[in-house]
Design a protein. Structure first.
Length: 389
């Protein structure tokens, strides 16, 4: 277990003491912590740190860890030559991307109706090209990921996903809101349905939606757009049965944001529960391991840990990264990436989103005839508004 860290901070009217012994980004001793991750990333075998943590294990983690221990014993000063690391990697890992089957969305069609509504020819061609992207961004995860999750960093989800593309070869939370709206415009409601089912599946498993579909994202989320995804889908299909099944899961996610991502502030005598991004996980982000280590160089132990936590909170915000989260030593919004203090800010956009979600949940309950729960959510949403009487 990591050494315990105690720190206090104050910001505006917040005054909070946190005593923490934080867990790593995930429990895997290969993908999220431990000597293999450290040596492989420090050796910079690939241009992008995400490459290594997306590789599949060829044998069970225990065996791979034991084999690496042998290597460490051979090189006690821990200066394992790069060729040895390379050899180890080839013997024990497969390249990224092997966990997918090729998959074509079954509901894709050449000419969805929206295209004929675009008068400008250049714009219409552009829209057609974007519509064509669905064919190359769809992915289906092999069932072997479900049967042997310990061999993969990829998190199994039962339905096909549309990925952002490039180095982002897994689903992402808030990106998917716009993807789903695009799919609906392309009349691909079946694919949109599957994506939403995946997110509901993740909430049932984790209690919230992880940042993305990898184990190294499993202790952080992203701006909560799941209720809006459900709204978009319901708006397109009017499927009440879908809404009824989704609603308890949306409530679970909502509880996560209210219990695990909130603070109570007192303004002119009245209390308000407001939300923030905050990730309770230590260590550098596995997928940006050396970036985080280099950024933290020369900082004290305590400040370094705090930075690792706030960089993850920055990733959770979806704004990774931005000067919005820079707070310098005198508490001013001025500084550099090293001054990232995401968890010390109550972002207006996140709070507006939570307010929107409360009103949405209220309207879903009302639609399904659950008036009492509906009123409760409305009461909460008005509590969020600092200046409402
Ligand atoms: C580390 O140990 C290995 C094997 O004992 C040796 O060959 C190598 O020169 C050592 N490197 C350093 C920097 O001491
Ligand atoms: C939220 O916080 C509670 C209480 O601190 C904790 O027991 C729970 O595990 C947290 N949930 C998640 C999903 O992190
Ligand atoms: C923080 O930023 C403010 C505003 O630019 C500046 O006046 C102050 O000197 C800075 N403090 C530190 C410790 O850098």
């Amino acid at each position: 277990m990591e050494k315990c860290l105690v720190f206090c901070f104050s910001f505006i009217t917040l005054f909070i003491c946190v005593k923490c012994s934080l867990p790593p980004p995930c429990d895997s001793e290969i993908y999220c912590s431990g000597p293999i991750l450290h040596h492989m990333q420090e050796a910079k075998l690939f241009k992008d740190d995400k490459h290594f943590v997306d590789m599949k294990l060829k044998s069970p983690p225990g065996e791979v860890l034991a084999a690496f221990q042998t290597l460490l014993n051979e090189w006690p000063n821990s200066s394992i030559p790069t060729e040895k690391l390379q050899e180890f990697l080839e013997a024990n890992f497969d390249k990224p991307g092997t966990e997918f089957e090729t998959w074509m969305p079954t509901d894709w069609q050449e000419k969805p109706r929206f295209l004929s509504g675009i008068a400008d020819e250049k714009l219409r061609l552009w829209a057609e090209q974007i519509h064509g992207l669905w064919k190359s961004l769809g992915r289906k995860i092999q069932t072997s990921v479900k049967d042997h999750p310990e061999l993969y960093s990829q998190i199994f989800t039962p339905h096909p996903v549309v990925v952002p593309g490039g180095r982002f070869r897994e689903l992402y939370y808030w990106d998917s809101y716009w993807v789903i709206n695009g799919l609906i415009l392309s009349e691909m409601t079946e694919t949109a349905y599957g994506m939403i089912q995946n997110f509901l599946f993740l909430v049932e498993r984790y209690g919230f939606v992880p940042n993305g579909g990898r184990v190294y994202y499993e202790r952080r989320s992203q701006p909560p757009f799941l209720p809006l995804m459900v709204e978009s889908y319901y708006g397109a299909t009017g499927n009440r049965q879908f809404l009824r099944a989704a609603l308890p899961v949306l409530e679970t996610e909502y509880r996560f944001w209210m219990q695990n991502r909130s603070v109570t502030v007192t303004v002119t005598g009245s209390e308000h529960v407001l939300n923030r991004f905050k990730v309770d996980a230590d260590l550098p982000r596995p997928e940006s391991y050396t970036d985080d280590l280099e950024l933290a160089e020369g900082l004290s132990d305590e400040v370094r840990r705090r930075l690792f936590v706030d960089l993850k909170a920055g990733a959770e915000s979806g704004w990774d990264f931005t000067s919005r989260w820079f707070i310098n030593a005198s508490g001013q919004n001025d500084g550099t990436l090293r001054d990232t203090r995401t968890s010390q800010i109550l972002p207006a956009d996140l709070n507006a989103l939570l307010c929107r979600n409360e009103r949405l949940l209220a309207s879903f309950h009302r639609l399904l005839g659950e008036i009492l729960t509906s009123d409760l959510h409305l009461a909460f949403s008005s509590q969020l508004l600092l200046h409402e009487d």
